[in-house]
Design a protein around this ligand. Structure first.
Ligand code: IPM
Ligand code: MN
Length: 356
């Protein structure tokens, strides 16, 4: 029997609750499809800071490096807001992304028909939306030096090298080839040097993909177009901070930020996480929506482990469960037959997989 080593980082806030449900579902589908999953838990975030005085101990980085994939929940919380930057939970995640070389963050956005009314956007605008945000993840203003805050003056540096742009652009074009063959590169080339280089290099990479239609959009316009007519987009290619912002915006098409998975790839091992944060205000209440994490687990099976059939089973079961009206409280208003807790909806999905 094939078996895989999964590094599990539950993190802070709702992280542990939602990851537990993803594991429940992974256990069900691996049993069904006859492969093994060995989980090893590691600390990262505020919980790691509390336990060992750093948001990311070396053992976590090493453990992830030797695994077949990393499944991650969420990190952060008000409690750690005032720590120095290197000690903040977020720094743990940023360091992990960097150390694993995960320069490409893929955030697919599609709308479940059952939840169309859950979105704050009009049904006719979002019905059939299917786009992919390809966000650069280990460069840009998140990592650029110098970075300073001396109490009087503060600045960060948005920097991209030609090589960094080439490799993320390739991911976007390759993704587009498997989809509707459109890439929209988002930048701020009317103002920023870094964006002018970005645009020029993306144009160069595009030459190798003659079948893909490339367009460019300024980020302010893109954020407007995303709510005006999201169906115009197939693949959105963009830098670290623009991708961070646009993907939160895009998540609202699905009706809940608790529905969007992501994969971070390009390095030693893939990392899979929901796009949402740790929601400390609802942590421990059993009301968090675990679907984004379960969908991230499905992406893990598909992209890191090559277990395509298992991934399809999870995706289809989630659709069925939503179709049949099972909802966590964030979506309770929309055709709910039964409002479920975090663990109830996880169990329903796992049981259906085992019974099928
Ligand atoms: C995300 C998050 C992170 C980011 C934070 C937690 C550092 O918002 O994954 O989108 O900004 O990349
Ligand atoms: Mn974000």
């Amino acid at each position: 029997m094939k078996s895989y080593d999964i590094a599990v980082i539950k993190g802070d806030g709702i992280g542990p609750e939602i990851v537990d449900e993803a594991i429940k579902v992974l256990d069900a589908v691996s049993k069904k499809e006859n492969f093994g999953l060995n989980y090893k838990e590691f600390l990262m975030g505020g919980c790691a800071y509390e336990a060992v005085g750093t948001p990311i101990p070396d053992i976590t980085i090493e453990g992830c490096k030797v695994s077949d994939a990393v499944l991650f929940g969420s990190i952060g919380g008000y409690k750690w807001d005032n720590l120095p930057r290197e000690m903040k939970p977020e720094s743990g995640l940023l360091k992990l992304r960097k150390e694993l070389g995960l320069f490409a963050n893929l955030r697919p956005v599609s709308v479940f028909d059952e939840l169309i009314e859950a979105s704050s956007m009009k049904a006719e605008v979002i019905k059939g939306v299917d786009l992919l945000v390809v966000r650069e993840l280990t460069g840009g203003i998140y990592f650029g030096e110098p970075r300073v805050n001396d109490g009087q003056r503060a600045y960060n540096t948005m920097v991209y090298t030609r090589d960094e742009i080439i490799r993320i652009a390739k991911v976007a074009f390759e993704s587009a080839m498997k989809r509707r063959k459109k890439v929209c590169s988002v930048d701020k080339a009317n103002v920023l040097e870094v964006s002018r280089l970005w645009r020029a290099v993306v144009e160069e990479v595009a030459v190798d993909y003659p079948e893909v239609e490339l367009t460019h959009m300024f980020v302010d316009n893109a954020s407007m177009q995303l709510v005006r007519d999201p169906k115009q987009f197939d693949v959105i290619l963009t830098g670290n901070i623009f991708g961070d912002i646009l993907s939160d915006e895009a998540s609202m098409m699905t009706g809940s930020i608790g529905l969007l998975p992501s994969s971070s790839i390009g390095g030693i091992v893939g990392l899979y996480e929901p796009i949402h944060g740790s929601a400390p205000d609802i942590a421990g209440q059993g009301i968090a929506n675990p679907l984004a994490t379960i969908l991230s687990a499905s992406m893990m099976l598909r992209f890191s482990l090559g277990e395509t059939k298992a991934a399809d089973i999870i995706d289809d079961t989630i659709k069925d469960v939503l179709h049949d009206g099972y909802r966590t409280p964030d979506l309770a208003k929309y055709h709910a037959k039964e409002v479920c807790s975090t663990s109830e909806i996880g169990s329903i999905i796992a049981q259906r997989i085992l019974r099928a």
